[in-house]
Design a binder for this molecule. Structure first.
Ligand SMILES: *Cc1c(COP(=O)(O)O)cnc(C)c1O
Length: 356
């Protein structure tokens, strides 16, 4: 049966990226060897890395003065690398979910952390407003898409201090004004590629301003100097990310992705809003177009397990909500076809008809 892959991460990837990876695993471009067994310092792999960086810069319209890195360690390693490299005395954070909390926890190891806005009082169902960024902060950190709660910041803030964004789960879902940010980072496995590679876009002038000694591997300047090859990079993950970027470009770039992602999100949110049985968990003005979270209304709560089984029988995969929200979460990342969203909507309607 056809599977509809709503996994939150690692996520569905474009079929062509997977096919091209499969080919490169067998043999890379007629060189008689697999991508898995060549040196990261070979000209063949260097070409893969160069193309990945060039595509990322082109697709996101990254201006001069920014460096692109592809490293290991996940977005989670960035939670400590950022303050290690950039926090002198004080940093400001917006607390919009579990990932933001984890970033805050690490920053506290290095200095004072001002949490200038938080939505923890309502289980992170909204994006806090009305905060002010302290002018004496070394940087301001945000999480643009809260993967677990389905809330999203879809604007590029104006910040008087360097703005840093975790865009793990919404990079490549809209055009961004990179010049507003000092740094953008994320794990590729949510919307940009497979697990194993972390993308980092960093403006060089924000580095080198802390007094403390930084271990070589944790210093961004090391990786900039060595073109992400200070040590062995996650070669195969970078290859698949490059193939995913090629697909994004061929499809029409991030503007096209946004159009498609918005259409998918509208289809599902409309179904939720018109349903007797289901209800969305995030406040409407904060709704993510990447992760769509919903539960059953109070009077139908006892039917959640039955719906899960029914959805499974119809080929739905990965729609269980995160344990801290419950219910359901459909991740509608770039590579997910709208047909899969339609299949989920049909499945919800059929279940509702039989049970409400
Ligand atoms: C998944 C996720 C992370 C953690 O990413 P890893 O690459 O697994 O460390 C961080 N931030 C956000 C927003 C995420 O969705």
């Amino acid at each position: 049966m056809k599977k509809h892959n709503f996994n939150a991460g690692p996520c569905i990837l474009p079929r062509v990226a997977i096919e091209n990876t499969a080919k490169a695993v067998l043999e890379l471009d007629g060189i008689g060897m697999s991508i898995l067994e060549i040196s990261h310092r070979s000209k063949e792999f260097q070409a893969v890395m160069d193309e990945a960086v060039a595509l990322f810069k082109e697709i996101l319209n990254i201006p001069e003065g920014y460096q692109v890195l592809f490293l290991g360690g996940g977005a989670s390693l960035q939670f400590c690398m950022i303050p290690f490299n950039m926090l002198n005395k004080k940093a400001a954070y917006l607390e919009t979910g579990v990932w933001a909390k984890k970033a805050i926890k690490e920053a506290k190891l290095f200095g004072e952390v001002a949490v200038i806005g938080s939505s923890s009082d309502k289980n992170f169902t909204y994006i806090p407003k009305g905060w002010t960024i302290p002018a004496d902060a070394d940087y301001f950190h945000i999480t643009t898409n809260n993967t677990i709660y389905g809330t999203e910041i879809r604007e590029d803030f104006n910040s008087p201090v360097p703005l840093i964004a975790d865009m793990s789960s919404d990079i490549l879902s809209r055009p961004i004004d990179v010049s507003r940010y000092a740094m953008i980072y994320g794990g590729a496995q949510k919307n940009a590629g497979p697990a194993g590679v972390t993308f980092i876009i960093v403006r060089e002038d924000v580095l080198g301003k802390v007094e403390r000694a930084i271990p070589t591997m944790l210093d961004y300047r090391t990786h900039i100097k060595e073109g992400s090859m200070f040590n062995t990079p996650p070669c195969i993950s970078i290859f698949t990310m490059k193939e995913t970027l090629k697909w994004v470009k061929e499809m029409g770039g991030v503007k096209k992705m946004e159009e498609m992602d918005k259409a998918k999100a509208k289809l599902l949110y409309d179904a939720i809003d018109n349903s007797k049985m289901f209800v969305g968990t995030a406040e409407k003005d904060a709704r993510s177009i990447m992760n769509i979270c919903f539960v059953m209304k109070e009077q139908y709560k006892d039917k959640e397990d039955a719906f899960m089984d029914f959805a499974k029988s119809k080929g739905m995969v990965g729609i269980k909500g995160h344990r801290s929200v419950g219910g359901f979460r459909a991740s509608t990342y770039n590579a997910l076809p709208i047909e899969s969203v339609q299949a989920l909507v049909d499945c919800m309607a059929e279940f509702e008809k039989a049970n409400a």
